[in-house]
Design a protein around this ligand. Structure first.
Ligand code: XBP
Ligand code: MG
Length: 259
């Protein structure tokens, strides 16, 4: 993971990293889709925390059936059933995003703006469905924000989702960059593993669902990216926290990347 190359690209996870979408976004959309389908399943906040162990909505539904709802008599064609439920969930999620109730996390918009003006390239690297990425970016940053990103690596584009490294490797191949030129932004252990196994230096911003996770190997672990009037807290990481910065900007990223 030598970082002699200059930093040229920032690769962002979406759920939990750009915005806290899981509790009030994905979870709510899953429950609405279940209810629309006449199912009495209810994923409360605590259960959803357990289900987050598995990334990908379709994979998560199957995990729920295998581990938490074994008595459910699933239709013979389980894949088709799950796919249908998940399509309905995506519709519901997009509606929720269009209502604009889920903001970006602190520092995200400022950092994206600064990175672009400094000539860094941006990419999205996520397990969620591409339509969901578009819906979130549109509702928070406007219709054109999707164009800020050179690559949207999302959903089923690779069969093996995070924690497998495949989605980061795919995104970097599309951008024709090496891991030594980039940094990843993640919020979870699954995301960190995916990024580290792609040889990317990774900055973690935790959230309520991931705060307890093991972030060994991360360059830095922060509570959030910070703003001038909302300083971050350094919670861990390999790089010395002995810096004067109180919010993440491009010069701090260049330092972390070289450290
Ligand atoms: C995000 C996910 C996704 C979303 C649901 O993980 O695991 O599955 O929770 O999205 P990460 P879909 O932040 O590591 O990318 O239902 O569209 O799969
Ligand atoms: Mg995430």
């Amino acid at each position: 993971m030598a970082s002699t190359a200059n930093l040229s690209a920032l690769l962002f996870d979406v759920d939990g990293t750009l915005a806290d979408t899981e509790k009030e976004g994905h979870r709510v959309a899953f429950n609405q889709a279940f209810s629309d389908a006449g199912l009495d399943w209810n994923w409360d906040e605590a259960l959803y925390g357990k289900l987050l162990k598995v990334t990908g909505g379709k994979e998560r539904i199957k995990f729920y059936l295998a581990e938490f709802n074994k008595q459910f008599r699933a239709p013979a064609d389980l894949d088709k059933f799950v796919k249908g439920l998940h399509l309905a969930k995506t519709d519901r999620y997009m509606q929720l995003m269009a209502e604009g109730k889920i903001p970006l996390r602190p520092g995200v918009e400022r950092l994206l703006d600064e990175a672009l003006s400094e000539g860094l390239r941006l990419a999205i690297v996520t397990t969620t469905t591409p339509e969901n990425v578009t819906a979130l970016l549109k509702s928070t940053l406007g219709r054109d924000a999707i164009k800020w990103f050179d690559v949207i690596a999302a959903g089923d584009i690779v069969p093996a989702k995070k924690p497998a490294p495949d989605i980061y490797i795919w995104a970097m191949a599309q951008m024709k960059i090496n891991p030594s030129e980039a940094m990843a932004f993640e919020d979870s252990r699954n995301g960190l593993k995916s990024a580290l196994d792609s040889r990317l230096k990774t900055l973690i911003t935790i959230n309520d669902y991931t705060a307890h996770e093991d972030f060994t190997g991360a360059a830095w672990v922060l509570d959030q990216l910070g703003e001038p009037l909302k300083p971050f807290k350094v919670l861990g990481g390999k790089v010395s926290s002995n810096v004067n910065a109180t919010y993440v900007d491009v010069s701090l990223l260049r330092y972390l990347h070289q450290a």
